[in-house]
Design a protein around this ligand. Structure first.
Ligand code: ADP
Ligand code: ADP
Ligand code: MG
Length: 451
C-alpha cells in the first residue's frame, strides 16, 4: 500500500473481524477498538493492536468520535474502516477523518452527506432521473405539510426516519385517524434512535420485493456493478435471508435495474463500495429507496458470485488505486444465499437473547462460508446488535444452493442461547421460498399461518 500504512477498525463483531482479515491478506497492520464489554471479543485478539475506547454503551464507545480519532492518533493508524452501523454513514465523522489526515475507507464525506441522509438522497436521485417512491421532496417540517402530501399520494403511507437504518424508525399509516399520532411518534423515535428527529414520507407499496445493487466506484469516475441481491425475506423491516441473483427478475428487468443503479452512482461520483436499494412492486416497477454508502452485511453474497474481496477493493480504492476492471470483466456465476443467524427468540417477537454460548458446532464443507465472531464459551453482551453469524452458501444453481443451505443449517448447533436457526430452516423450506416467489411480507404472513 502506498498511502495506507495501518488501519483502525471502528467497529465490533463479525464485521470488525471481516475487515481485519482483508487487511491481513493485504499485509496491512490493524488496530482494533473495543468497549469494556468486548474485551474478550475475537476482533481484539486477532488484531495487531487493540485499544479500549470506553464503557459498553455505544454512545460512550463505538459512537464516540473523539475517542476513536484519539485511538488512531496514538496508534499511528492513518486510515479508518467504519464497517456497517455505528459511524459508517456519519458524514461528520468522515469529514473529521479527512480533516485529521486520516483516510476514511468509504466515500467522500460530501457523498455521505448527500446519500446517507435518506430524504436528501431522494432529491438527488430525482435530479438524476432515477425513479423514486412517490412521497415528500425532503423532510416534512409540519403536520400541515404531511397532510398535503398524503392527499396527493393517498394511503397507505410510510413515515421514515431520514437518518434511519437497520429497519428502525418506520411507521405505516393507513388512515387519517392514525396520522397525527404516528407522525409525532415517528419523530420522537427518530430522535431517540438516531439523534435526529427529521422524517420523510413515502407511498407504502404493498407486498413489494427489496432488490439492491452492489456498486464499486473509484476516485477517477470508474463505476461498475457487481450484480443484484434480493433481500425480500425480512423480519421487522430487516433482512434475514439475502440471495443473488434475484429469482423474480427476468434478464431485461435485471439489466434495467443494474443500469439505473450505475446511473445513480455516477450522478454523485460515487467513490467506494456502496449499495442502491430499490423497492419493486408486484408488476416489477422499481423505485429507488435509499443508498447505503458503506459495505453492507450481505456483501458476502456478491463476493461468492464474483470471487472478489469487496472489502479489499474498498481499501484499495481508498488508497487511491484505480478500478482496473471494466463491467465486461465481471463474471457473476452460480447462485449464493446468506442467512443471518441472530441471538433472538422468533416465538417472542424476535426478542434478543444474549448470554453465554455453551456449545457450538459450525457447519462446513464445499460451498459453505461462515463469517462470525462467536465461539463456545463466548458471552454475547446485551448492548449491541443480535446478529452473531452469517452463513453463506454457494451452488451452481439455486436448487443446489438451497440443498447446501439445508445441510449447513442442520449442522449448525448452538446451545446456551436462543437463535433463529430452526426458524430460518422452516422459512427456506416453504413452497414460496423454494419457488422463489416471496415478498417483504412473507415472514409476517408465515407467522400468522398464511403460508
Ligand atoms: P444492511 O443495510 O447492511 O443490509 P442492516 O440494515 O441490518 O443491514 O444494518 C446493519 C447494521 O447496521 C445493524 O446493526 C443496524 O442496526 C445498523 N445500522 C444500519 N444503519 C444504521 C444507522 N443509520 N444508524 C445506526 N445503525 C444503523
Ligand atoms: P433502512 O434504512 O432501515 O434499511 P429502508 O428504507 O431501506 O430502511 O427500508 C427497509 C425496509 O422497509 C424495506 O426493505 C422494505 O421492506 C420496507 N419499506 C421501506 N420503504 C417502503 C415503502 N415505501 N413501501 C413498502 N415497504 C417499504
Ligand atoms: Mg435499507
Amino acid at each position: 500500500m502506498t498511502k495506507i500504512k495501518k488501519v483502525l477498525i471502528a467497529n465490533r463483531g463479525e464485521i470488525a473481524l471481516r475487515v481485519i482479515r482483508s487487511c491481513k491478506d493485504l499485509k496491512i497492520p490493524t488496530v482494533a477498538v473495543f468497549s469494556t464489554a468486548d474485551k474478550n471479543s475475537p476482533h481484539v485478539a486477532f488484531s495487531n493492536e487493540a485499544i479500549c475506547i470506553g464503557p459498553p454503551a455505544s454512545k460512550s464507545s463505538y459512537l464516540k468520535i473523539p475517542s476513536i480519532i484519539t485511538a488512531a492518533e496514538i496508534s499511528g493508524a492513518n486510515a479508518i474502516h467504519p464497517g456497517y452501523g455505528f459511524l459508517a454513514e456519519n458524514a461528520e465523522f468522515a469529514k473529521i477523518c479527512e480533516e485529521s489526515n486520516i483516510i476514511f475507507i468509504g466515500p467522500s464525506s460530501s457523498i455521505i452527506g448527500l446519500m446517507g441522509n435518506k430524504s436528501e438522497a431522494r432529491k438527488t436521485m430525482t435530479r438524476a432521473g432515477v425513479p423514486v417512491v412517490p412521497g415528500s421532496k425532503g423532510n416534512i417540517d409540519s403536520f400541515e405539510d404531511l397532510k398535503k402530501i398524503v392527499k396527493k399520494i393517498r394511503y397507505p403511507i410510510i413515515i421514515k426516519a431520514s437518518s434511519g437504518g437497520g429497519g428502525k424508525g418506520m411507521r405505516i399509516v393507513r388512515n387519517d385517524a392514525e396520522l397525527k399520532n404516528n407522525f409525532e411518534m415517528a419523530k420522537s423515535e427518530s430522535q431517540n434512535a438516531f439523534n435526529d428527529a427529521s422524517v420523510y414520507v413515502e407511498k407504502y407499496i404493498e407486498k413489494p420485493h427489496h432488490i439492491e445493487v452492489q456498486l464499486l466506484g473509484d476516485n477517477y469516475g470508474n463505476i461498475v456493478h457487481i450484480g443484484e441481491r434480493d433481500c425480500s425475506m425480512q423480519r421487522r423491516h430487516q433482512k434475514i435471508v439475502e440471495e443473488s441473483p434475484s429469482p423474480i427478475l427476468d434478464d431485461e428487468k435485471r439489466k434495467a435495474i443494474l443500469e439505473m443503479a450505475v446511473k445513480g452512482a455516477r450522478e454523485v461520483k460515487y467513490n467506494s463500495a456502496g449499495t442502491m436499494e430499490f423497492i419493486v412492486d408486484k408488476d416489477l416497477n422499481f423505485y429507488f429507496m435509499e443508498m447505503n454508502t458503506r459495505i453492507q452485511v450481505e456483501h458476502t453474497v456478491s463476493e461468492m458470485r464474483s470471487e472478489m474481496d469487496l472489502i479489499a477493493k474498498q481499501i484499495r480504492i481508498a488508497n487511491g488505486e484505480k478500478l482496473k476492471m471494466k463491467q465486461k470483466d465481471i463474471n457473476l456465476r452460480g447462485h449464493a444465499i446468506e442467512v443471518r443467524i441472530n441471538a433472538e427468540n422468533p416465538s417472542q417477537g424476535f426478542m434478543p437473547s444474549p448470554g453465554k454460548i455453551k456449545k457450538l458446532n459450525l457447519p462446513g464443507g464445499f460451498g459453505i462460508r461462515i463469517d462470525t465472531f462467536v465461539h463456545a464459551g463466548y458471552e454475547i453482551p446485551p448492548h449491541y446488535d443480535s446478529m452473531i453469524a452469517k452463513l453463506i452458501v454457494y451452488g451452481e444453481t439455486r436448487y443446489l444452493a438451497i440443498n447446501r443451505l439445508n445441510r449447513a443449517l442442520d449442522e449448525f448447533y448452538i446451545d446456551g442461547i436462543n437463535t433463529n436457526i430452526s426458524f430460518l430452516k422452516e422459512l427456506i423450506n416453504t413452497p414460496a421460498f423454494l419457488q422463489g416467489n416471496y415478498n417483504t411480507h412473507f415472514v409476517e404472513d408465515f407467522l400468522s399461518g398464511k403460508n
